[in-house]
Write a protein that binds this ligand. Structure first.
Ligand code: IPM
Ligand code: MG
Length: 353
């Protein structure tokens, strides 16, 4: 199979982790007889430096022309004083909305090899953590009307029925392949938009009689995630709550440098990126953990290209490397030696078969 992939390395550690994911994909191509064509695109702070804006039409068009996009990370202190509409993050938001990627899947799992890395007490994580956060990605307060009026500012949280419906179906579909349990997280005791989410999710649930549906207020969900994370299977939520809870969910697994994500729409196209950010403090030192990006590549093979075997091969290689002691700086214990970004990539490449 021939695959056209747009690479958006971005800023900070973005380029170094993307480079390792590319090596892994090339090895997969070699072993399984596929060809990857990579188109390197510039976005985020790198694009501000080059073009004066975080995202150009050209980048959008070339991303659209690809089968899938792999993104590193955007942003950094260098661009912190850019005005709102010109911040590097706008590249990410612009790509998500112009590509129509409304469905964001963020798995948060504990790797048994790293179970001690969780900041939670061992009895709390005894049964493991395996949560899929399904975050609505192109609506809500992120994209509602925003502005200034006199000495006030506003951001509108707006959701239409079809927007809620399509993401809900994705969440229920995901639940059908897992433990068949969806928790809708909202603030229905305060927000009208949350009350519409409850109405619509109830209707969608009618087509999935096997799936248990429950509702939780977002403040309680934030607490329950640290108190009893094992109670969650699929967490379905709107854009901003999903942003906040997915950081929390990934942190409690102790493996924020390990978690991938997929941003999807109705067809096979998708954008794949690590959950973590651009980590400017360690950029260029060659010590970042490329695993989240490598696992994002596996998600890409699975969701966009339906290459299940190949995706499994990457995930297996990562697990084996961890089992054999691969530890980057972020996941090592005090006395362990840390691998560099390149060494980590190599250890995984070696185990692709
Ligand atoms: C994320 C990030 C982005 C978001 C930022 C960088 C705009 O935090 O992907 O979770 O808020 O969606
Ligand atoms: Mg976030």
């Amino acid at each position: 199979m021939k695959m056209n992939i747009a690479l958006v390395p971005g800023d900070g550690i973005g380029p170094e982790i993307i480079a390792e994911a590319v090596k892994v994909l090339e090895k997969v191509g070699e072993v399984y007889g596929h060809e990857f064509c990579f188109d390197h695109l510039i976005a985020g702070g790198a694009s501000i430096d080059l073009n004066g804006v975080p995202l150009t039409e050209e980048t959008i068009n070339r991303a659209k022309a690809a089968d899938a996009v792999m993104l590193g990370a955007v942003g950094g202190p260098k661009w912190d004083n850019e005005p709102g509409p010109n911040r590097p993050e706008r590249a990410l938001l612009g790509l998500r909305s112009s590509l129509g990627l409304f469905c964001n899947l963020r798995p948060a799992i504990i790797y048994p090899e790293l179970s001690e890395a969780s900041p939670l007490k061992s009895e709390v994580v005894a049964n493991g953590i395996d949560i899929m956060v399904v975050r609505e990605l192109t609506g809500g307060i992120y994209f509602g009307e925003k502005g200034r009026k006199d000495d006030a500012a506003y951001d509108v949280m707006y959701y239409s029925r079809p927007e809620i419906e399509r993401i809900s179906k994705k969440a229920f579909d995901a639940a059908m392949l897992r433990d068949k349990h969806v928790t809708v997280v909202d603030k229905a005791n305060v927000l009208e938009s949350s009350r519409l989410w409850r109405e619509v999710t109830k209707e969608v649930a009618a087509s999935y009689p096997e799936v248990t549906l429950d509702y939780m207020y977002v403040d309680n969900a934030a607490m329950q995630l640290v108190k009893n994370p094992g109670q969650f299977d699929v967490v379905l939520t709107e854009n901003m709550f999903g942003d906040i809870l997915s950081d929390e969910a990934s942190m409690i697994t102790g493996s924020i440098g390990m978690l991938p994500s997929a941003s999807l729409r109705e067809d096979k196209f998708g954008m794949y990126e690590p959950i973590h950010g651009s980590a400017p403090d360690i950029a260029g030192k060659g010590i970042s953990n490329p695993i989240a990006t490598i696992l994002s590549a596996a998600m890409m093979l699975r969701y966009t290209f339906s290459l299940e075997k190949e995706a499994d091969a990457i995930e297996r290689a990562v697990k084996e490397a961890l089992r054999d002691g691969l530890r980057t700086m972020d996941i090592k214990k005090n006395d362990e030696k840390a691998s560099s970004t390149e060494e980590a990539g190599l250890e995984i490449v070696r185990r692709i078969r």
